[in-house]
Design a protein around this ligand. Sequence first.
Ligand SMILES: [Zn+2]
Length: 187
Amino acid sequence: MLIEKIGGVTKFGYPQGTLGRRGYRPRAIVIHVMEGTVRGTTAHFSNPNVFTSYNYGVGKNGKVYMWVQDENASWANGKVQRPLWRGVIPNPNKPREFINPNLYTISVAREGFNYELCTPEQYDSLKWIVKLMAEKWRIPISRNTIIGHYEIDRIGKPLCPGKLNLDYFVKELKKPRGGGDRALDVM
Ligand SMILES: [Zn+2]
C-alpha cells in the first residue's frame, strides 16, 4: 500500500502543523471523521484562515493520504473539553488545563460523514494505517491508545468519528494480522 502525500499547503513555512512535537512522543492515535471528502478537506486545509489539519486520511476508495508527517503535530484535536481519555497530560503550570494533545497524538481521519459507515476498503485501510503508526511509535494497542476525537473534546466534537465502533475496531487490531495482510514496513 502506498501513502499519497497531498496538500502541499504552506503555512508558517510548514504544511499545516507544528514542526516536531516539542519533546513529546505520540502516545495515542485519534480517529476522526472528515465530515466531507478528501478533496474538500484538502481545500479546507489550504485556506490561509483555517488552522487545522490531520496527519492521515483514509478515502472511501481505501487510499491513504498524508497531510502532515507523523513526526510533526497536526492540528486536529488541540481543544480539551471534559475529556474521557485518561491519556491527556495536565499542564503543570496551569491548573485544570492540559498540554495540547496534538503534540502527543497522531490524527487519522476517515472520509465521509459521522452517520456513515466506512466502506470495506476504507475500514481495511484504516486498520492498516493505525496499526502501522502503533508499530512505528511503539504504541500498545488498547482502547486507551486508539481513541475517538470525542474522547478529547466531548463538548465540541461529540460526533467525531461517528458511526465507527471503536471497541470492535481495537479488538480486531489486537488479533494477529489484524491490520490486514499487507506489509507494514513501507515507511
Ligand atoms: Zn475530529
